[in-house]
Write a protein that binds this ligand. Structure first.
Ligand code: C5P
Length: 237
């Protein structure tokens, strides 16, 4: 596969065209950002850690019957994916209260959410990724009701697979964000799954092992990501 020109540079990943019109290369950079890009830093090893983390998780999800865009690793910091028509809607599931939910509703951090919640946000940095709902998504043409139903179904299926995977490593999957796209008419999981886009706490101590370490200036960000990876069986070197 031949790497061609850069199609798009996101906050943490760059996307390249290839000689295959149906395939893209994702390059995971060390860049880390939070608060809609207002806090930025390059963290050594992050690109490699998140690329391998994502490859492992996408493999688990694919094996569980969840269609993903992931095709394979290309290098320590690159992978090959199917080119999706991305749906500009972020799907968030929460098992425990944290982050935006705590800020919005004033509930206690760490409260168990029964059943887990499902939220939609518009992917739009300029507007700060505002919360939306199915009605708005349909009216403004961001996604059809059928697409939204499938995205919700797949997002909850991911929860069943990953909650158990992390629990087996002594961790709680607090919440996570997924993005989907369309490939040959089918809704497929896109983007990435890494500690940048989810919250993971140690089951016993509730120590934060995800991007909140960066957001809150707790330090040891990549060390925590690698610890999470090791606990679920990822070899980084
Ligand atoms: O900030 P909030 O609590 O709404 O985030 C919920 C989950 O979605 C967190 O795991 C967060 O890391 C993730 N998220 C993300 N990208 C966004 C918004 C949220 O990865 N743009």
């Amino acid at each position: 596969m031949e790497k061609r020109d850069e199609l798009y540079a996101g906050k943490a990943k760059s996307v390249y065209r290839t000689d295959d019109p149906d395939r893209l290369i994702l390059h995971f950079r060390d860049d880390t950002s939070a608060f809609d890009g207002k806090k930025k830093e390059a963290l050594a090893r992050k690109g490699m850690v998140n690329n391998k983390f994502n490859a492992f998780i996408m493999g688990k999800l694919q094996a569980a019957g969840i269609p993903t865009h992931f095709d394979g690793l290309l290098s320590d910091t690159e992978c090959v994916v199917k080119k999706l028509d991305m749906i500009p809607v972020e799907c968030v599931v929460r098992n425990l209260a944290a982050g935006g939910l705590v800020r919005r509703l004033g509930v206690e951090e760490g409260m168990t959410l029964t059943p887990p919640t499902f939220e939609l946000f518009l992917k739009n940095d300029e507007k700060g990724d505002p919360m939306i709902n199915e009605s708005l998504a349909e009216t403004f043409g961001w996604a059809t009701p059928e697409q939204l139903a499938r995205m919700k179904e797949l997002t909850f299926k991911v929860n069943e697979v990953l909650k158990q995977l992390f629990l087996d490593g002594g961790m709680l999957l607090v919440d996570y964000k997924l993005e989907f796209g369309v490939f040959k008419g089918e809704i497929v999981l896109g983007d990435e799954f890494s500690p940048d886009g989810c919250r993971l706490w140690d089951e016993m101590t509730r120590e934060k092992l995800d991007k909140d370490r960066f957001r809150q200036g707790l330090g040891g960000v990549i060390e925590a990501y690698e610890e999470v990876g090791r606990r679920i069986g990822i070899a980084f070197d």
